[in-house]
Design a protein around this ligand. Structure first.
Ligand code: ADE
Length: 246
Protein backbone atom coordinates (compact mmCIF):
# COMPACT_ATOMS: atom_id res chain seq x y z
CA UNK A 1 0.00 0.00 0.00
CA UNK A 2 1.16 3.56 -0.67
CA UNK A 3 -0.02 6.53 1.38
CA UNK A 4 0.80 10.10 0.30
CA UNK A 5 0.23 12.79 2.93
CA UNK A 6 -0.01 16.50 2.07
CA UNK A 7 0.59 18.80 5.00
CA UNK A 8 2.15 22.03 6.24
CA UNK A 9 4.20 20.50 9.07
CA UNK A 10 6.02 17.46 7.67
CA UNK A 11 8.27 17.18 10.72
CA UNK A 12 5.29 16.17 12.82
CA UNK A 13 5.40 12.79 11.07
CA UNK A 14 9.08 11.94 11.52
CA UNK A 15 9.05 10.33 14.94
CA UNK A 16 5.62 8.62 14.96
CA UNK A 17 6.25 6.95 11.59
CA UNK A 18 9.67 5.80 12.73
CA UNK A 19 8.59 3.65 15.67
CA UNK A 20 7.23 0.23 16.37
CA UNK A 21 4.77 -1.45 14.01
CA UNK A 22 4.61 1.36 11.42
CA UNK A 23 8.39 1.50 11.18
CA UNK A 24 8.60 -2.27 10.68
CA UNK A 25 5.80 -2.26 8.10
CA UNK A 26 7.71 0.31 6.04
CA UNK A 27 10.99 -1.59 6.36
CA UNK A 28 9.24 -4.75 5.17
CA UNK A 29 7.87 -2.89 2.16
CA UNK A 30 4.26 -3.50 3.22
CA UNK A 31 3.52 0.21 3.19
CA UNK A 32 5.23 3.20 1.60
CA UNK A 33 4.33 6.46 3.35
CA UNK A 34 5.42 9.65 1.56
CA UNK A 35 5.09 13.06 3.21
CA UNK A 36 4.71 16.16 1.02
CA UNK A 37 5.07 19.75 2.16
CA UNK A 38 2.29 21.85 0.61
CA UNK A 39 4.68 24.84 0.68
CA UNK A 40 6.81 23.12 -1.96
CA UNK A 41 3.95 23.68 -4.41
CA UNK A 42 3.78 27.46 -3.99
CA UNK A 43 5.39 29.77 -6.55
CA UNK A 44 5.87 33.06 -4.72
CA UNK A 45 8.93 34.22 -2.82
CA UNK A 46 7.25 33.84 0.58
CA UNK A 47 5.76 30.39 -0.10
CA UNK A 48 2.29 31.66 0.76
CA UNK A 49 -0.17 28.90 1.60
CA UNK A 50 -3.01 30.94 3.12
CA UNK A 51 -4.92 34.15 2.61
CA UNK A 52 -7.72 36.24 4.14
CA UNK A 53 -11.26 34.88 3.92
CA UNK A 54 -13.56 36.42 1.31
CA UNK A 55 -16.40 38.15 3.14
CA UNK A 56 -14.21 38.97 6.10
CA UNK A 57 -13.98 37.31 9.48
CA UNK A 58 -11.18 36.04 11.68
CA UNK A 59 -8.31 33.78 10.68
CA UNK A 60 -6.75 32.70 7.45
CA UNK A 61 -7.87 30.18 4.86
CA UNK A 62 -5.62 27.68 3.07
CA UNK A 63 -5.36 28.52 -0.63
CA UNK A 64 -6.54 25.93 -3.13
CA UNK A 65 -3.76 26.16 -5.76
CA UNK A 66 -0.82 24.52 -3.91
CA UNK A 67 -3.05 21.68 -2.69
CA UNK A 68 -4.49 20.97 -6.16
CA UNK A 69 -1.00 21.16 -7.70
CA UNK A 70 0.49 18.80 -5.10
CA UNK A 71 -2.32 16.28 -5.60
CA UNK A 72 -1.95 16.48 -9.38
CA UNK A 73 1.83 15.96 -9.17
CA UNK A 74 1.37 12.89 -6.95
CA UNK A 75 -1.25 11.36 -9.25
CA UNK A 76 1.04 11.91 -12.21
CA UNK A 77 3.97 10.33 -10.39
CA UNK A 78 1.81 7.31 -9.54
CA UNK A 79 0.44 7.18 -13.09
CA UNK A 80 -3.19 7.27 -11.94
CA UNK A 81 -6.00 9.65 -12.86
CA UNK A 82 -8.20 8.81 -9.85
CA UNK A 83 -7.46 7.75 -6.29
CA UNK A 84 -9.09 8.13 -2.87
CA UNK A 85 -8.23 11.62 -1.58
CA UNK A 86 -9.16 12.00 2.06
CA UNK A 87 -9.38 15.35 3.75
CA UNK A 88 -8.88 15.31 7.53
CA UNK A 89 -11.39 17.74 9.00
CA UNK A 90 -13.63 17.96 12.06
CA UNK A 91 -16.51 18.25 9.56
CA UNK A 92 -15.90 14.80 8.05
CA UNK A 93 -17.59 11.46 8.69
CA UNK A 94 -16.53 9.92 11.97
CA UNK A 95 -13.51 7.58 11.82
CA UNK A 96 -14.00 4.09 13.25
CA UNK A 97 -12.58 0.57 13.00
CA UNK A 98 -14.93 -0.18 10.12
CA UNK A 99 -13.78 2.94 8.23
CA UNK A 100 -10.17 1.81 8.83
CA UNK A 101 -11.05 -1.64 7.43
CA UNK A 102 -12.64 -0.02 4.37
CA UNK A 103 -9.61 2.23 3.72
CA UNK A 104 -7.13 -0.63 4.24
CA UNK A 105 -8.51 -2.29 1.08
CA UNK A 106 -7.08 0.43 -1.19
CA UNK A 107 -3.62 0.18 -2.77
CA UNK A 108 -3.15 3.99 -2.80
CA UNK A 109 -4.46 6.68 -0.49
CA UNK A 110 -3.84 10.40 -0.37
CA UNK A 111 -4.47 12.27 2.87
CA UNK A 112 -4.74 16.06 3.03
CA UNK A 113 -4.17 17.80 6.35
CA UNK A 114 -5.92 21.12 6.75
CA UNK A 115 -4.57 23.76 9.07
CA UNK A 116 -5.21 27.17 10.52
CA UNK A 117 -8.83 28.24 10.59
CA UNK A 118 -9.92 26.68 7.39
CA UNK A 119 -9.45 25.47 3.88
CA UNK A 120 -10.86 26.80 0.63
CA UNK A 121 -14.14 24.96 0.05
CA UNK A 122 -13.16 24.11 -3.55
CA UNK A 123 -10.66 21.57 -2.17
CA UNK A 124 -13.53 19.79 -0.40
CA UNK A 125 -15.87 20.01 -3.38
CA UNK A 126 -13.61 19.30 -6.32
CA UNK A 127 -10.54 17.43 -5.03
CA UNK A 128 -11.33 15.39 -1.92
CA UNK A 129 -13.28 12.17 -2.46
CA UNK A 130 -13.88 11.69 1.29
CA UNK A 131 -13.72 13.77 4.48
CA UNK A 132 -12.85 12.16 7.79
CA UNK A 133 -12.96 13.40 11.39
CA UNK A 134 -11.27 11.45 14.18
CA UNK A 135 -13.68 12.81 16.79
CA UNK A 136 -15.86 15.67 17.88
CA UNK A 137 -13.11 18.03 18.97
CA UNK A 138 -10.93 20.50 17.10
CA UNK A 139 -7.21 19.88 16.65
CA UNK A 140 -4.81 22.59 15.48
CA UNK A 141 -4.46 20.75 12.21
CA UNK A 142 -5.01 17.52 10.37
CA UNK A 143 -1.50 16.10 10.95
CA UNK A 144 -2.28 14.31 14.22
CA UNK A 145 -5.56 13.08 12.76
CA UNK A 146 -3.70 11.71 9.70
CA UNK A 147 -1.30 9.86 12.01
CA UNK A 148 -4.22 8.28 13.86
CA UNK A 149 -5.82 7.19 10.58
CA UNK A 150 -2.53 5.85 9.16
CA UNK A 151 -1.75 3.88 12.32
CA UNK A 152 -5.20 2.26 12.39
CA UNK A 153 -4.97 1.35 8.68
CA UNK A 154 -1.39 0.08 8.61
CA UNK A 155 -1.95 -2.49 11.36
CA UNK A 156 -4.75 -3.99 9.24
CA UNK A 157 -2.52 -4.61 6.19
CA UNK A 158 -1.95 -8.37 5.91
CA UNK A 159 1.48 -9.33 7.25
CA UNK A 160 1.98 -6.19 9.35
CA UNK A 161 1.06 -7.76 12.69
CA UNK A 162 2.82 -10.90 13.84
CA UNK A 163 -0.30 -13.00 13.53
CA UNK A 164 -3.55 -11.94 11.90
CA UNK A 165 -5.24 -12.96 15.15
CA UNK A 166 -3.83 -9.99 17.02
CA UNK A 167 -5.89 -7.59 14.91
CA UNK A 168 -8.91 -9.90 15.12
CA UNK A 169 -9.10 -9.82 18.90
CA UNK A 170 -8.63 -6.05 19.20
CA UNK A 171 -11.32 -3.93 20.76
CA UNK A 172 -13.94 -2.98 18.11
CA UNK A 173 -12.86 -5.56 15.53
CA UNK A 174 -15.80 -7.83 16.51
CA UNK A 175 -17.98 -4.89 17.53
CA UNK A 176 -17.16 -5.35 21.25
CA UNK A 177 -14.49 -3.97 23.54
CA UNK A 178 -11.61 -6.34 24.21
CA UNK A 179 -11.69 -8.78 27.16
CA UNK A 180 -9.30 -8.21 30.11
CA UNK A 181 -5.74 -9.53 29.64
CA UNK A 182 -3.29 -10.73 32.30
CA UNK A 183 0.34 -11.82 32.35
CA UNK A 184 2.77 -12.95 35.07
CA UNK A 185 3.01 -12.71 38.04
CA UNK A 186 0.00 -14.85 38.93
CA UNK A 187 -0.50 -12.81 42.12
CA UNK A 188 0.57 -9.16 42.28
CA UNK A 189 0.12 -7.17 45.49
CA UNK A 190 -2.48 -9.73 46.52
CA UNK A 191 -4.47 -9.36 43.26
CA UNK A 192 -4.87 -12.75 41.54
CA UNK A 193 -5.31 -13.57 37.88
CA UNK A 194 -8.81 -15.09 37.30
CA UNK A 195 -8.43 -18.84 37.87
CA UNK A 196 -10.17 -19.82 34.63
CA UNK A 197 -7.17 -18.41 32.68
CA UNK A 198 -4.87 -20.87 34.47
CA UNK A 199 -7.18 -23.84 33.90
CA UNK A 200 -5.85 -24.84 30.48
CA UNK A 201 -9.47 -25.39 29.39
CA UNK A 202 -9.61 -23.55 26.07
CA UNK A 203 -13.39 -23.78 25.75
CA UNK A 204 -13.95 -22.25 29.17
CA UNK A 205 -11.34 -19.57 28.56
CA UNK A 206 -12.97 -18.61 25.25
CA UNK A 207 -16.39 -18.41 26.91
CA UNK A 208 -15.04 -16.36 29.83
CA UNK A 209 -13.37 -13.92 27.42
CA UNK A 210 -16.44 -13.53 25.27
CA UNK A 211 -18.60 -12.90 28.35
CA UNK A 212 -16.13 -10.40 29.81
CA UNK A 213 -16.04 -8.55 26.47
CA UNK A 214 -19.84 -8.42 26.51
CA UNK A 215 -20.04 -7.23 30.11
CA UNK A 216 -17.37 -4.59 29.64
CA UNK A 217 -19.06 -3.29 26.49
CA UNK A 218 -22.46 -3.23 28.23
CA UNK A 219 -21.05 -1.23 31.14
CA UNK A 220 -18.77 1.16 29.26
CA UNK A 221 -20.15 1.44 25.74
CA UNK A 222 -23.74 0.15 25.63
CA UNK A 223 -24.10 1.99 22.29
CA UNK A 224 -21.81 -0.65 20.72
CA UNK A 225 -23.71 -3.74 21.89
CA UNK A 226 -25.89 -3.99 18.79
CA UNK A 227 -22.79 -4.69 16.69
CA UNK A 228 -21.67 -7.54 18.98
CA UNK A 229 -24.13 -10.14 17.58
CA UNK A 230 -25.12 -11.54 20.97
CA UNK A 231 -27.11 -14.78 21.03
CA UNK A 232 -30.13 -15.17 23.37
CA UNK A 233 -28.11 -17.06 25.97
CA UNK A 234 -25.44 -14.34 26.02
CA UNK A 235 -28.05 -11.60 26.31
CA UNK A 236 -29.68 -13.39 29.26
CA UNK A 237 -26.30 -13.91 30.98
CA UNK A 238 -25.41 -10.24 30.43
CA UNK A 239 -28.64 -8.95 31.96
CA UNK A 240 -28.24 -11.20 35.03
CA UNK A 241 -24.64 -10.11 35.52
CA UNK A 242 -25.26 -6.42 34.90
CA UNK A 243 -27.80 -6.41 37.73
CA UNK A 244 -25.56 -8.41 40.04
CA UNK A 245 -22.56 -6.26 41.09
CA UNK A 246 -20.43 -9.37 41.97
N1 ADE B 1 -8.50 18.66 12.02
C1 ADE B 1 -8.81 19.37 13.11
N2 ADE B 1 -9.58 18.69 13.95
C2 ADE B 1 -9.78 17.46 13.37
C3 ADE B 1 -10.50 16.30 13.75
N3 ADE B 1 -11.20 16.22 14.87
N4 ADE B 1 -10.47 15.24 12.90
C4 ADE B 1 -9.80 15.32 11.74
N5 ADE B 1 -9.11 16.39 11.34
C5 ADE B 1 -9.10 17.45 12.14
Amino acid sequence: MRIDILCLFPEMFASPLNQSIIKRAQEQGLVNIVIHDIRDYTHDKHHTVDDYPYGGGPGMVLKPEPIFEAAEAIKQQLGVSEMPIILLTPQGRLFSQSVAQELALHSHLMLICGHYEGLDERVCEHLATDEISIGDYVLSGGELAALVVVDAIVRLIPGVLGSQDSAGSDSHSNGLLEYPQYTRPQVYQGWSVPSVLLSGNHGEIAQWRRRQAILRTAKRRPDLLEKGNLCDEERKWMLENLLDPK
